[in-house]
Write a protein that binds this ligand. Structure first.
Ligand SMILES: C[S@@+](CC[C@H](N)C(=O)[O-])C[C@H]1O[C@@H](n2cnc3c(N)ncnc32)[C@H](O)[C@@H]1O
Length: 261
């Protein structure tokens, strides 16, 4: 039996003030091109390129024979695309050759899924399964995937029950020995540290783009995102049964980490 802690009341109230799934779907469907283009989206993500590459290289090292991958909240398919590129390289294939991996793509937005499907079709001869669904409602097949990718999506989960149910579902969907990789925005437990990190992130966004871009990113985070602290997520992953959980990278309010079943 998994214990749920009680520190979520405050977060549940906060969740009433942020976007609903319909609003999130609309936002991403209206901004599909921006969120499918690494050149436009990567500047907002602290070490995004590095983290997706680290996730891909570690997924390939752990599962070079992988034949089934799930990309949850796939957006335009950027995380899967980086993974398939590294797998192609590891398998000694030429640049335009495709790997043979079955890919399941799940996202709230049909428009994002169309972009992901078009991109991923260029990279695999495997079967593609595309579901327009909320990750909270997705019914996943048991013990099926070698690798599950969750890039910049879990922060849309709201109360603790949703997080635990999704982690449980992902654990059940992985083959024994399969790996879950997460890259995401994280919350910071201590308020002073949180303020410091956010100021640094604000300076970073002004440096890499400009103040208007900084304002856009902060407004988006405020209305749409309810991230959880890194160590809290690690604890929940251990609680639902993952045997090994560790951090690949943390920088300010972003982290990449993995969990092995
Ligand atoms: C910031 S984008 C990240 C996309 C992609 N994973 C990447 O790394 O480029 C977030 C994506 O998650 C999707 N999303 C948000 N909440 C979701 C939910 N509850 N269920 C399924 N998809 C969701 C959005 O539609 C959007 O495409």
């Amino acid at each position: 039996m998994i214990q749920r802690d009680d520190q979520t009341a405050e977060r549940n109230i906060k969740s009433d003030e942020v976007s609903s799934p319909d609003e999130i779907r609309r936002f991403f469907s209206e901004n599909t091109d921006m969120f499918s283009d690494p050149n436009q989206i990567m500047p907002a993500l602290m070490d995004g390129k590095l983290c997706l590459e680290m996730i891909a290289s570690n997924a390939v090292r752990q599962h070079e024979q992988m034949d089934r991958v799930l990309d949850l909240g796939c957006g335009g398919g950027i995380a899967s695309s980086v993974l398939l590129d590294q797998l192609r390289f590891a398998r000694g294939l030429r640049p335009k050759e495709k790997v043979d991996v079955d890919l399941t793509l799940i996202d709230l937005s049909d428009d994002m899924l169309k972009n992901a499907e078009a991109l991923i079709r260029l990279k695999t001869t495997g079967k593609m399964t595309v579901h327009c669904a909320d990750i909270r409602d997705a019914v996943l097949p048991l013990e099926t995937y070698d690798v599950i990718l969750c890039s910049m999506v879990l922060h849309h989960l709201r109360d603790e029950r949703e997080w635990l149910d999704v982690f449980l579902n992902l654990h059940a969907a992985l083959k024994p020995g399969g790996s879950l990789f997460i890259y995401d925005l994280i919350d910071i437990v201590n308020e002073q540290v949180n303020v410091d990190m956010r100021e640094r992130y604000s300076d970073y966004l002004c440096d890499v783009v400009d103040e208007a871009y900084r304002d856009f990113c902060f407004e988006h985070i405020k209305v749409e995102d309810t991230p959880r602290p890194l160590l809290w997520q690690i604890e929940q992953l251990q609680k639902v049964g993952f045997r090994e959980v560790d951090v690949l990278h943390k920088h300010q309010i972003y982290a990449a980490f993995y969990a092995i079943k």
